[in-house]
Design a protein around this ligand. Sequence first.
Ligand code: ADP
Length: 583
Amino acid sequence: MFSKILIANRGEIAVRIIRTCKEMGIATAVVYSEPDRNSMATRMADEAYFIGGSSASQSYLNVDSVLLALSRSQADALHPGYGFLSENADFAQAVADAGKVFIGPSPSAMKVMGDKISARKTAEEAGVQGVPGRSHCVNSAQDVIDFAQEVDWPVAIKAAYGGGGRGMKVINSASEAESGIESTQREALASFGRSEIYLEKYLSWPRHIEAQIAIDKFGNGIFLGERDCSCQRRHQKLLEECPAPGLSPKVRQAMGQAALKIAKHCGYENLGTIEFLYEKDKFYFLEMNTRLQVEHPVTEMTTGLDLVRLQIEIAAGQSIKDKKATFDPNMHSIECRINAEDVSGGLFSPTPGTITQFDTPGGLGIRLDAGYQSGDSLPSFYDNLVAKLISWGPNRQIAIKRMLQALTEIKIQGIKTNIEAHKAILDHKDFQDNNYSTKWVEEKLNFSNISSLETTSPNKQLALQEQQIQAEVNGKLFNVKLWISPNSQLPQAIPAQASKPLSRSSRKHHGSASKTVIAPMQGVITKIAVEVGQSIAQGEIICVLEAMKMENNVLADQNGVVKEILVSVGDSLSNGDTIIIFE
Ligand code: ADP
């Protein structure tokens, strides 16, 4: 077994992996970026290594920095978590070349499944049908029109390297085909560095159901049950459950067999998830995720297995032959992703900020996997997942009730969250009656009266507190504990430094007579839609600000003519920075 694992990730998943390593007696090291210096994960890990940067590309996606941390930590294995470098085959190869174990599948299996077109082909070769579509690259509007003649509109144009709910356009008629192709290719190139696109029939009322599998080095494979991830917004999952409500044992078994067939066909090893769209009693292969999923806890709560431990054991060469497929379809588990986002009006816009108070829920059948604690800040550079709240019980009804209770107990102050949206979903008759699909949250739920801000604020005793200060020596972090009264001044162990030259001073102070458009949140400018001298009308898009992996249109709130643009594409802005001045 490994003696030390480097976790190349952050947030709740880094914390999750640390916990299992501690249980297994494995030492832990994490990497951290500038804004994560004092994160929950760096506080919990045995060691922490600075990899520089703030944006994901400068830090957690920076292969050289992560590899350097791996060598400095002298860990014998690396756990990539999810997102970031977890599905990067070249990175996995580089880890192996450095003589370390990458906890995940082989680079070749990752490559096959990393491209959605080759993944579709692999599924077909294994005898599993994909969503009706084209398993090759398409380039012209005519391709889209020809395909629609076979399957009817709407058609989805999808980026072969897309992910995270991005890189898909739905086309409803021939007249939209040309522009749909162009814009998907352009966006795919900008977001994923590759422009290849392909086609699928856009299913009108599907459910997203995925199969969890595990395969060891000896080819023993087990199916660990499915998860229903149909509650989504912007094609991103919000709430997941296990088992999928109403799925017949026959379909479940067929899905598990299909998933194992696909995985074995590409020589897959370790844990993986095969995603399917399910409609009218039929399931269709969608894609494979070659890593641990965010929603893995619902499988853990229904199987009793620790999936991170399983990943580590398989990577260390242990057999899973004697592990029983302990899936119990009578147990039920639900996960709510607690995100920092403003759900008002169904917008779900990200809201980075500082958590001033975090009261956690409890009770039988409740688990909380959080990446932050009270006092922690959510940087705008990464995703907006604060915590995952998981409930389980002997049936779905009890799992729903326990979750609803936990959602009333959890209190997060200082940032807006989607807690109220989760209550609305769980309370809804359609959800309780299994009458929903991947479109249901966006099309059927009404969020107009939902507030995102928790208002209750029970006063907390701030008596003697354990405080940590941090000392960073040659890029390695040391935590020092102090017990002090809250009024004491802590020494500044780390000289305050701007995490980046965030804003030109002129962005903050400008003539009060001018009209301005300001940044509504922290973020990075990805597009400027206006020019100096241009007339703008109220409601017009001024620029696009990317925060927490989401693009947000910044709009003019009144009419005018652009006098000065104070930002450029790529600039990092703070909340309140001036973007343009107009008159
Ligand atoms: P990503 O890799 O970005 O997660 P996926 O291909 O896994 O993209 O799809 C994400 C979600 O988008 C699905 O769960 C589903 O809601 C929707 N989706 C994708 N393809 C289709 C399709 N052909 N028809 C209907 N919905 C789709």
